[in-house]
Design a protein around this ligand. Structure first.
Ligand SMILES: *Cc1c(COP(=O)(O)O)cnc(C)c1O
Length: 216
């Protein structure tokens, strides 16, 4: 299958998921997760109309950002060390992985502003990054104080399970947390669970494998 075929197939699945809960297609942004994907393939995806790309390592993202068209919106979705937070916030349009005060401190040094989402460890999984639900109110308030960040909402990575109903419950909790805090964007859903995420209220889905194929 060509990239165009995979995008068509993915797009019809996204449309079907939107239709299944009566959501308009334009209420969901597809982020093409391009980590490990070479610049030429990203350029091909751009040629097919995609404008939102996700990267998880700054050193990999920077040369891509430099080389590719300036109207791309780059989403930083990886673990963000505080010593790289300033550079990431300058180079990318959206940071999905806010989780520490040290990051906020570094990001407050940028010129201008960046869109930000707080990553939540919704399943309270020890191996995962993100703010625990019980610490979220406090971190949300601290992030609002950081004038360099336009706080847009929450992000989470679904649990490592085949049980999509468990995933659905956690995504539904994310939606409630986000609504309670007044978040507008909700970044949930990857190749294995984006349909459930759309049904549970995702504004952004982050899809790599289902678009670009398996990563080496
Ligand atoms: C790699 C990655 C994705 C995309 O994962 P796929 O399963 O390939 O769609 C989404 N979100 C984050 C945070 C990632 O690191």
């Amino acid at each position: 299958m060509t990239l165009a075929d995979r995008l068509d197939h993915l797009e019809s699945r996204i449309q079907a998921a939107c239709a299944s809960v009566g959501r308009p297609r334009d209420s969901v942004t597809l982020i093409a997760v391009s980590k490990t994907v070479p610049i030429e393939t990203i350029a091909e995806a751009y040629g097919l109309g995609l404008r939102d790309f996700g990267e998880s390592k700054l050193q990999e993202a920077l040369p891509k950002i430099e080389a590719l068209p300036k109207d791309i919106r780059w989403h930083f979705i990886g673990k963000l060390q505080s010593n790289k937070a300033r550079r990431a916030a300058q180079a990318c349009q959206v940071i999905h992985t806010l989780e520490s005060e040290a990051q906020l401190k570094e990001m407050s040094k940028i010129t201008g502003t960046v869109d930000g989402l707080i990553e939540v460890n919704i399943g309270e999984e020890p191996q995962k990054s993100g703010v625990l639900p019980g610490e979220l109110d406090r971190f949300w308030a601290r992030t609002l104080d950081c004038l360099a960040i336009r706080l847009r909402g929450l992000m989470a990575i679904g649990p490592d399970t085949e049980d999509l109903e468990q995933t659905r419950r956690l995504f539904a909790q994310m939606r409630l947390l986000n609504e309670r805090l007044g978040g507008q964007w909700l970044s949930i859903g990857m190749s294995g669970d984006f349909e459930v995420a759309i049904q549970e209220g995702a504004s952004h889905v982050r899809v790599g494998t289902a678009l670009f194929g398996a990563r080496r």
